[in-house]
Write a protein that binds this ligand. Sequence first.
Ligand code: ADP
Ligand code: F6P
Length: 354
Amino acid sequence: MAEFKRIGVLTSGGDAPGMNAAVRAVTRLALYKGVEVYGIYNGYQGLIDGQIKQLGARDVSYIINRGGTMLYTARCPEFKTKEGVEKAAAKAREFGLDGIVTIGGDGTFRGAVDLTDAGIPCIGIPGTIDNDIASTEMTIGFDTAMNTVVDLVDKLRDTSESHSRCTIVEVMGRDAGDIALNTAIAVGAVTTVIKEIPTDFDHVFEKMIEARRAGKRNFIIITAEGMGREYGEELTQLIEKRTGIEARFARLAHIQRGGSPTLQDRVLATKMGCAAVESLVSGQMKKVVCQRHNSIITMDIHDALQVDKLMKGKLSKEEQNKIPPNIMYDMKKIVAEKEAYKQYLNYIIDHITL
Ligand code: ADP
Ligand code: F6P
């Protein structure tokens, strides 16, 4: 088993509140275990460029409460090439890094697999506001982003009520409607529109017209970014046309990614950061840290990526045929549970909000 004397930590992909709490936990637990920690700035790009600096306990003070990521982040197209990965691995060797904790989304995990294959053991921590990683129930940043959305939509609802309008609010989520579904419940939206579940608009419009007749002034509809760039504006026009209710569109965009992390994100990030260090120093690699049925566990990173592709409908028949039936069974259970949960949330929205 490789001995871990020095590890690196990086954040990559879209930032998420709580990434700092994870960096802090990784640093502090590793130092406690006598392992040196190096911060890699600007994700994989910073690794290639050698933007690497040793971190002491005090370097991560007073960041548990801060949004963004103190290590900064970047998208790095070069890292998707073989040469890019080799450059990054060479730099990790030059700095004597025995392993790297990578905090980010599924793209970051794919990079972690490549880097491990190039001889630098990695372990992934799921950090993205979208909650679109199949292997975990919760990603770091999701809870904070949802709370931000609730706060903002409550404000939009005030003005909708005053003006007797419908406000269509687009929330983030490139591939997943998790933010939309949960926040729709929390703000009392009329409906939510996400890629995963079709919306019966005739039914929604009928309900809105009836409710308006009965005196309802404000209406909130949450749409997920994954519906497409023009979708929200088009829906806004359609609502005015079909219901006669004046409507406005609001895209919340990157404001959802900022701000101080909630208690839940700080605790989740800290637990995951510690679990990553425990795993790495005990010689486990090519793993991702996940939360499943409220426990923090690790999962093989290949399996995690495959279950993710299965959930997103990106796992080809050929790839599926190569997976042993027992693993496929477990993967399908994970995906089915997520899908059923979304159906359940959608059912609630549909049945109690008008
Ligand atoms: P996220 O990690 O939030 O999904 P991205 O998809 O942008 O965000 O991925 C972050 C970074 O991870 C990319 O900029 C790239 O450097 C690396 N990455 C993404 N996809 C791959 C891939 N298929 N192979 C290797 N590295 C990848
Ligand atoms: O992955 C998180 C996320 O905020 C997505 O919801 C969104 O599609 C994307 O990142 C936006 O990325 P960028 O910061 O590059 O505009």
